[in-house]
Write a protein that binds this ligand. Structure first.
Ligand SMILES: CC(=O)N[C@H]1[C@@H](OP(=O)(O)O)O[C@H](CO)[C@@H](O)[C@@H]1O
Ligand SMILES: [Mg+2]
Length: 532
């Protein structure tokens, strides 16, 4: 075990730091991450051994965060997020105070989890464009070498591309291989599905895509080349990957969603379709400037409703009426979107706590589950039963046959492992082209209630405990009653407070019938929260 200790000594844990595997893995200033990444490498290797040598993924990214941050997260064999019960193991390894203690914890995990150390572990990994990436990759490799893990470095990839690869690798010899386990295989799969869906459909013209100066830029370029300009025209902006300080700066999906305005560098014609990705290309939002110059955001809720209505129509047209379709949202979903889904689309809505892993699992309970966070992170998942029904159904008319073919192509177009901005972009483009809609027609499906999201600094965010999918506070005692009393005074008022899982703060969300009222409600609820 001296190999282990020697390696660990090269990655000392910063003193007096407590790390925790949160909503998006570990995420913080990059210069604090070396030991964390090393130890995540150890856990990835153990997880692979525990799962009989299945390949585990590691992504080094901090998504929409500032360029100085970085982060690391694990990907399970089917391309899903790390199983929740293992998050505590990640946290305990990351916090072992010394190298010797780390070894003890590591060996404890081997025995308590019943890990067979004879099995050769397998890990694949990738990173985003941050400057700190290569050094963190070196720390990860050190751990993988020390544990004699077979690994493949996939260099720069979007987060969802790595999820895709992991699923492909682990299903290659199965009855349902997910795809060719290469980056080009990813482009080919999406491109061929997109081209099938666009047969006979006039193209909708160019979409302008802001890539947040991140990894999405070169990857979207490759995807667009594979799809072909005859059916997919995109103009890529904010693609300065060679200037890492520009990452997510004044651009990207998070900027557009939180600021509710165009990235300052964007000059687009009115009614032109625009989209923004985030720094690791797993979030997507659309927007446009209306004819009178007002900015209109088409966020994750609007993408979810668009996808759900299209897929609902398609399954009916194919004759597959028995498939149940549901939409999964979080408390941050605009109230108007929820009523549109339940009343107009007549589909069930489930609300889960924040964080994609919660949404993903809830979506799997439907035959076809559409899930999106309002910030643009989401996808559509088809259950095995639904896939089987789609595969076996014998169409009764040419119209059914055509719809069925489209449904099959849609399954391939949509990244089933995790929300994927590139795949979602093609999905939205297909749907708009099929419906012959511009952004205005899409926007017109329902009108968002005015809303406000604010961040409140508190001395101890862990004091804020929630229930009912984070919509109500149980602690500190008495706060929820005060919020309720306030909310009752506003027409269509709704507000809630919860501790962020990624930042040291409490977030307050509010909505109401009028903009001024939503703002006021947020401010007053924030004042209540700040008192604790
Ligand atoms: C209101 C909001 O947008 N919250 C984000 C944010 O989580 P918080 O727990 O709210 O910090 O980061 C998560 C990870 O990227 C994302 O899943 C989530 O939607
Ligand atoms: Mg992201």
């Amino acid at each position: 075990m001296s190999l282990f200790l020697e390696a660990s000594q090269r990655h000392p844990k910063p003193e007096n730091r407590k790390f925790s595997y949160g909503t998006a893995g570990f995420r913080m200033k990059a210069d604090l991450l070396d030991s964390v990444v090393f130890r995540v490498g150890l856990l990835a290797s153990l997880r692979s051994q525990k799962l009989q040598g299945k390949t585990i993924g590691v992504v080094i990214t901090a998504s929409h965060n500032v360029p100085e941050d970085n982060g690391v997260k694990l990907v399970d064999p089917m391309g899903e997020m790390l199983e929740a019960s293992w998050e505590v193991h990640a946290t305990s390894l990351a916090n072992a105070p010394s190298d010797e203690q780390l070894l003890v914890e590591y060996e404890n995990l081997i025995s308590t989890l019943g890990v067979n150390t004879e099995i050769t572990p397998k890990v694949v990994f990738a990173r985003d464009t941050r400057e700190s990436g290569p050094a963190l990759v070196a720390a990860l490799q050190d751990a993988l070498a020390a544990t004699k893990t077979d690994f493949v470095d996939h260099g720069l990839l979007t987060t969802p591309q790595l999820h895709y690869l992991v699923r492909c690798i682990n299903t290659i010899d199965s009855e349902q291989p997910y795809g060719e386990p290469t980056e080009q295989g990813y482009y080919n799969k999406l491109a061929s599905a997109y081209r099938k869906l666009m047969v006979g459909i006039p193209s909708n013209g160019e979409v302008t895509v802001d890539c947040a100066n991140g990894v999405g830029a070169p990857k979207l370029r490759l995807l667009a080349e594979t799809v072909g300009r005859d059916v997919f025209q995109c103009s890529i902006v904010n693609d300065s990957v060679d200037q890492p300080s520009k990452l997510n700066h004044q651009c990207g999906a998070d900027f557009v969603k939180t600021q509710q305005r165009l990235p300052p560098g964007s000059h687009v014609a009115s009614l032109a379709r625009c989209a923004s990705l985030d720094g690791d290309a797993d979030r997507l939002v659309y927007y446009f400037n209306d004819s009178d110059g007002t900015f209109r955001l088409l966020d994750g809720d609007k993408i979810a409703t668009l996808a759900a209505s299209f897929i609902g129509d398609l399954t009916k047209a194919a004759g597959l009426r028995s498939l149940n379709i549901g939409v999964v949202q979080t408390a941050y979903a605009n109230g108007s979107s929820t009523s549109y889904i339940t009343k107009t689309l007549a589909l069930p809505v489930v609300c889960t706590p924040t964080g994609v892993k919660h949404l993903h699992h809830a979506a799997l309970k439907f035959d076809i589950g559409v899930y999106f966070e309002a910030n643009g992170h989401g996808t559509v998942v088809f259950s095995n039963g639904a896939l089987q029904d789609i595969a076996e159904y014998v169409p009764e008319s040419p119209a059914q046959a055509a719809a069925l073919e489209n449904l099959k192509a849609l399954v391939d177009l949509i990244n089933q492992t995790v929300g994927d901005a590139l795949s979602d972009l093609l999905l939205v483009e297909v749907i708009l082209a099929h419906k012959r809609w511009g952004p205005k027609e899409w926007d017109g499906t329902y009108t968002d209630l005015p809303n406000r999201l604010v961040r409140v600094e508190v001395s101890d965010r862990t004091a804020f405990m929630t229930t009912d999918a984070e919509r109500r506070l149980m602690e500190p005692v008495g706060v929820q009653e005060k919020i309720d009393a306030l909310v009752g005074k506003y027409k269509q008022g709704r507000s809630f407070a919860r501790a962020s899982g990624t930042e040291d703060a409490v977030r307050v969300y509010s909505e109401a019938a009028e903009r001024g009222e939503a703002e006021e409600l947020a401010r007053l609820v924030a004042e209540i929260v700040a008192q604790y």
